[in-house]
Design a protein around this ligand. Sequence first.
Ligand code: HEM
Length: 465
Amino acid sequence: MPSLDLADVQGFVKSGYTSLGYARYLMYAFGNGSAGSAFLSTLLPAVTRADQRNVSIVTQVALTSSGLAGLGLNQDQLALFSQEFTAGMTTPARSHFLGDIDDHDPSRWSWGGPRNPQIDVLVLCFAATSTELDEHTSGIDAAADRLGLTTAARLDTQQWSETEPFGFRDGISQPFIAELSSASATRPTADTAVELGEFLLGYPNAYGNLTDRPVLPAAADPGHVLPSVDPSTNRAANTADLGRNGTYLVFRSLRQDVAGFRAYLDQAAGATGSDAASVAAKFVGRWAGGAPLALSPDGDRAELSLANDFGYAQEDPDGVGCPLGAHVRRANPRDFIDGQAQHNSVTNRHRLLRRGRKFGTGSDGMEAVGLHFIALNANLSRQYEFVQHSWINNPKFNGLYDDIDPISGVRADGATSFTVQGRPIRTRYRDLPAFVTTEGGAYFFLPGLQALAFLAGLATTAPQT
Ligand code: HEM
């Protein structure tokens, strides 16, 4: 097992920095490689590392495939990254696969789509106060401006709070990764812990292997800026590990129709003799306060608001508490899927580290609100894309036959129902409108610190291949 060097990992892998209430995401196009390199060099000293504690300003840097190319990686080197990343989120095949069709089509997006400006680099900024955030991002904007970069998108967030716009406590369930957890963290049942290599390249993943990552010939890094490949991995020792301590970052801006959600709930509750809060809880799989329906089917319970060490096989195999198609049960079916108990290690191959924040106040009823969904994972295909396509958007998930994820599912093949299993009879909610619309998105690579330094120097060191 290669030892983990937290000083080479961007802090976002370890923390969502929720103690810093304010965040802004800046995206730029480089224009030319040397401007990109100079920009990265300017940012580099400020990039927050995972070994830093009690920080009050955070800067994280991620790049798109076009950004890496702009910095000077050649086609052969780019091909070492995952194919989903290099092709990008908006190819027609991928849009279909992810459900980015009709109202969600990238041609309608406000950023990241084919009609929007090219994005090369993403700078994620976090601060304790809005004034500090403004000062910090003004400095980054000024540097970008001075170097001739163009702004591609600028995404504000709402001050962090634990509640997402539909009114549910969010950010509760995250994969437990022993190497990234504090000593005081509560360890879940042993088989729910997830391998570090599922979220960080260069470490063993759920299969005991190293997830594919970009490793360059040593000659490409004459200055020895990159870490060398750990000899214990049995790969050639004279290589420069561009991927190690990096990960892939999925970014999707998801607008939420809060008024539509509430109106549907009121009407559905009236029609079924229930109440809106209970119907909403069935959609999500947790009560608004956070308690999981699998553990607390009849009402919210404050003492369970952060409960996460549970499964469905013993607690709720029939979906009578938490419906089989509820959002959290699709996004992470835990130990029970398609009518069968599963070892957690099976579903743990498809976990996501969620790092999103909400946007918009909706204060005047006009402003859009939603979630800047951000997730980290080492394997885009097996993790994010699988969850989105095969679980969330799959009408036949978990033995259902034309149901959707009522929270974030895209209405595939005309499916618009949601079934609540029950005794003596189930309840079906029909004609669910889309409560969430995708409005932007892109795949990024979040490199390790040494990799960032290497990329910053590419345009000036003229590497050999
Ligand atoms: C605007 C859209 C969305 C909303 C409002 C939303 C809301 C929520 C809420 C309230 C929870 C429960 C709290 C928690 O466990 O942290 C949750 C859990 C989760 N969501 Fe979402 N979500 C959205 C989109 C997505 C998408 C697009 C994905 C993945 C493709 C996703 C993946 C997950 C996962 C993995 C969990 C944890 C499930 C578990 O481990 O039990 N969510 N979401």
